[in-house]
Design a protein around this ligand. Structure first.
Ligand code: TRP
Length: 355
């Protein structure tokens, strides 16, 4: 079977949502690796809340993906609750939409196995994230890490999701999801069974860089806590980190071209613009030629005003695991109700005996 790279737009799949005044169905996942920071918030989680009026949304804490690398069993449950708390604190409505953890919906793993048999070794070998994570130690990484994108495809297609919000780093995995959908549809001669899921790309400032080095991504694995603003940081911590954020000896940039050449200033301006919900150019114009100290104090006020309530709500929810577990349990039940018929149909298409 030749690899097919062009697909059908998921029009037939979208129609049913359009009939309900919606644009489609979204699925997205976040790994329970803990320590959410500003980059996760601005790049993903904040957008989850913004999509919920236009789409039917499923937001999944992907604990099966997490164990592709070693996870301390004692930490997995609390970290899962932490991500779910962040979804809720960011404003996702867990009654109207579906918040759940992946391992509670076994259909993900079942469809993933079928996709392991659809995807080709060559496709998986080309995944940049695998190459980066495996590094030189390829012989010693888990088989699950290699198969990771097939599970991600299953997360999406077990709900026939029409759209997935993606950042730069997950684009290749979504491309692979589309290839898997197309190959499955072709191999089994079921045109249009799985949709060819569309990416939803968010505009500026999804790339939040380290506060200590504007050329590196903000990351939970950076040894310096001053490199990032954690979602659970209080006002003092936020203020201190912004005060110590790296800058350069010049006044604030006065053009976009100037900012581009100054990664630390550019990053802080991007963060300001994202938090203020304005274009970066507008932020540049607002602070052009001013001193960094003045800008930093404005940024601190804004960050505290925007992130403070989210962090506080997250803290509150994390002290109420009973409530969060209830949301996840209820979400998993509703997710299973959507997934089970699609898996049953898939099993039939593959030809499994159902005595
Ligand atoms: N791979 C994604 C990440 O690391 C997480 C993820 C798993 C995901 N399944 C997904 C994202 C499905 C979107 C849709 O960020």
């Amino acid at each position: 079977m030749p690899d097919v790279t062009t697909g059908v737009a998921p029009n037939s799949h979208i129609a049913q949502y359009q009939a309900r005044g919606l644009k489609g169905r979204i699925l997205s996942g976040v790994q329970p690796s803990g320590d959410l920071h500003l980059g996760n918030y601005l790049g993903a989680i904040r957008n989850f809340a913004r999509l919920q009026n236009d789409y039917e949304c499923l937001y999944c804490v992907v604990d099966l993906h997490a164990i592709t690398v070693w996870q301390d069993p004692a930490q997995l449950a609390p970290k899962t609750r932490e991500i779910a708390s962040a979804f809720l604190a960011a404003g996702v409505d867990g009654d109207k939409h579906v918040i759940f953890n992946q391992s509670m919906v076994p259909e993900h793993a079942e469809l993933a196995w079928i996709f392991n048999c659809v995807a080709r070794m060559g496709w998986m070998s080309r995944m940049t994230q695998f190459k980066e994570k495996a590094g030189k130690d390829r012989e010693n990484v888990s088989l699950g890490l290699f198969a990771y994108p097939a599970l991600m495809a299953a997360d999406i297609l077990i709900y026939k999701a029409t759209h997935v919000p993606v950042g730069e780093d997950q684009k290749q995995h979504l491309e692979l999801t589309r290839d898997i959908a197309i190959k499955f549809n072709n191999d089994f001669a079921v045109p249009d069974f799985f949709p060819v899921t569309e990416p939803l790309i968010f505009g500026a400032a999804t790339r939040v860089m380290s506060l200590r080095d504007g050329t590196k991504k903000m990351s939970k694995s950076d040894p310096s806590d001053f490199s990032r603003i954690n979602l659970t940081d209080d006002a003092d911590a936020i203020a201190q980190k912004i005060r110590r954020a790296k800058t350069d000896p010049h006044p604030m940039p006065d053009t976009a071209a100037d900012a581009e050449k100054r990664p630390d200033a550019d990053n802080l301006l991007g963060i300001y613009a994202a938090l203020a919900d304005i274009e970066k150019d507008a932020a540049i114009a607002q602070f052009a030629g001013k001193q960094f100290s003045e800008f930093k104090s404005a940024l601190t006020d804004l960050a505290v005003a925007k992130l403070g309530p989210v962090g506080a709500e997250m803290q509150r929810l994390m002290k109420d695991p009973g409530h969060v577990d209830g949301v996840l349990r209820n979400g998993a039940e509703r997710a299973r109700a959507l997934a089970a018929p699609i898996l049953a149909e898939t099993y039939k298409i593959v030809g499994f005996l159902k005595p």
